[in-house]
Design a protein around this ligand. Structure first.
Ligand code: ADP
Ligand code: ADP
Length: 228
């Protein structure tokens, strides 16, 4: 589904953030990328999302090199959730969540129904929150909006960079469970970055441990627990 072959990323200043990454994420699986700050997790996510290009090697999705996928098609295939939330401050919640469906020219009724459905999914009453602006929401609520925005057009790949970091424990658990349910039902490939091994063990099918730009271990939670 997602495949990285011999991927190296050297930044302009000469720093090598990824050395020689080979990684395969299967369809319908949740992969957790875990490792200390600065080990290259965000860099890896950006390459999968084509926000940046590898210096060497290739990244492909469903067997297609992503440098050859049409940008709009790529936006539809990948939902991206970033740590800093990244909601558009001048758009209300409905428009934020509806951004990609709108880009894909869904009709208004379909977008509205989808937005309401997603708001309900994260326990935000559509009647109350649809018209609000991001600045009128708590940090945790904004993060939930960031997550549902990525799900809006049912992408086949969902990338999440520390998606739960600002959530209170209850919302965190709800969203984790939601993610697992979603993946079981509609077979999304989800890659998420976390610092939290308990979180990785709880929701991931595969765990990828990184250190200094390299993958040092890769396996199921059971395998990781057996050989820590
Ligand atoms: P992580 O997400 O694991 O914390 P990053 O992928 O953000 O790590 O960063 C990996 C390394 O690459 C860090 O040492 C960081 O300082 C460096 N780095 C990130 N972005 C750039 C950049 N644009 N130019 C130079 N070095 C960078
Ligand atoms: P509104 O009642 O906010 O004027 P519209 O009837 O214009 O809504 O659109 C219906 C739905 O389509 C909105 O709730 C929103 O989800 C989506 N939508 C409309 N315009 C945009 C836009 N510019 N960007 C993103 N989503 C949009």
């Amino acid at each position: 589904m997602i495949e990285l072959k011999n991927v190296k990323k050297e930044y302009d200043n000469g720093f090598v953030a990824l050395k020689n990454i080979n990684l395969h994420c299967n369809e319908g699986e949740i992969t957790a990328l875990i490792g200390p700050s600065g080990c290259g997790k965000t860099t890896l996510m950006k390459l999968i999302n084509r926000l940046d290009n590898p210096t060497k090697g290739s990244v492909s999705i469903k067997g297609k090199d992503i440098s050859k996928i049409d940008p709009v098609e790529l936006r539809r295939s990948i939902g991206y959730v970033i740590q800093q939330i990244g909601l558009f401050p001048h758009m209300n919640i409905a428009r934020n969540v509806g951004t990609v469906p709108k880009l894909l020219k869904w009709d208004k009724e379909r977008i509205k129904n989808r937005v309401d459905e997603l708001l309900e999914l994260v326990s935000l009453d559509p009647e109350i929150y649809r018209e609000r602006f991001p600045s009128e929401l708590s940090g945790g609520q904004q993060q939930r909006i960031g997550v549902i925005r990525a799900l809006a057009a049912e992408p086949s790949v969902i990338l999440m960079d520390e998606p739960f970091s600002a959530l209170d424990p209850i919302s965190r658990e709800q969203l984790q469970d939601e993610l697992v349910r979603l993946q079981r039902e509609i077979k999304k490939s989800i890659v998420f970055v976390t610092h939290d091994m308990d979180e990785a063990l709880k929701i991931a099918d595969r765990i990828v441990l990184m250190k200094s730009g390299e993958i040092v271990q890769h396996g199921t939670p059971e395998e990781i627990l057996r050989h820590p």
